[in-house]
Design a binder for this molecule. Sequence first.
Ligand code: KG4
Ligand code: ZN
Length: 335
Amino acid sequence: MNVSVLLAIESSCDETSVAVCNNGKITANVIANQTIHQNYGGVIPELASRVHQQNIIPVIHEALSIAKVNKNELNAIAFTQGPGLLGALLVGVSFAKSLALGLGLPLISVNHMHAHILAHFIDSPKPSFPFLCLTVSGGHTQIVLVKSHNDMSIVGETLDDAAGEAFDKTAKILNLPYPGGPLIDKHAKLGNPYAFKFGEPQIKDLNYSFSGLKTSILYFIRAQEKINSNFINDHLNDICASVQRSIVDILLAKLKKAAKQFGINEVAIAGGVSANSGLRESLGTLATEQGWNIYIPAFEYCTDNAAMIAIAGYYKYLDGDFVGQEVAPLSRMEF
Ligand code: KG4
Ligand code: ZN
């Protein structure tokens, strides 16, 4: 039997992560989160690169140790080539290239957005092809038609802000620290999702727009604060619940439209925002109504992690899809 032991590196944003994958099974997934950005209300690219530089060697050692693998037993090195922050990607890409060169191993380039989707192939049940995946992260919002592990196309995407940005920017308006998505989720659990109503985007096809929603929330809060200067604190749970409901409604309306258009009832969600409890719950309700089989990743595989890079790399390894040492990071990467 052909044995493949892959090491994968993820450094596209503010998580330094390394995973090991043995014949398609994840045997280690170490994630070093960067707390430094919390002080700034968003990820500071220069700081992210520096912390990746500090984290990368200890995280590699820890992953190899957890997987009980010696570096000489590795068969390939996979890495996130993009999209992401250029300086952050540079750390992971350079390390992957050096490691591959030093060990004489093939290099596998992984698109971070493909990897979010392929995270569904880490555990079971796995979706069957073709399926639709709503990928919602801090930088992207896409509906993807997935035909095979290595063949997928975007059928709808955001024209401006991503869903994660809509959560994070609203959190900023509400004076909540970065990343605001999980905090809005937490407060939303205690609030009334129908307490307040915000403007809805009028986009006809399968695309999204979230910038209008953000503006509508901002103007609403400002107007309310003129009447009650403590409006945010007095109504935080209801505001969060209503914002979350608006974002989830917008996301699911287009997903429903796409499923009808393509006649597909295998539906998955992926990316950081797929950790959102409101999205998970509403997707469940919609799935029952529409007769969909749904796939929701385990929490640890929703936000950025190298296990998803490893699994995406594994399918490329099976296809013999390698890149040369001239490879460089891409802040924007063709899907
Ligand atoms: O996929 P991800 O880890 O990084 C990117 O590739 O962008 O996604 C991060 C995004 C952030 O915007 C964060 O606020 C959001 O995912 N997020 C959530 C939740 N957990 C993470 N948004 C809403 N509810 C959550 N529970
Ligand atoms: Zn991501």
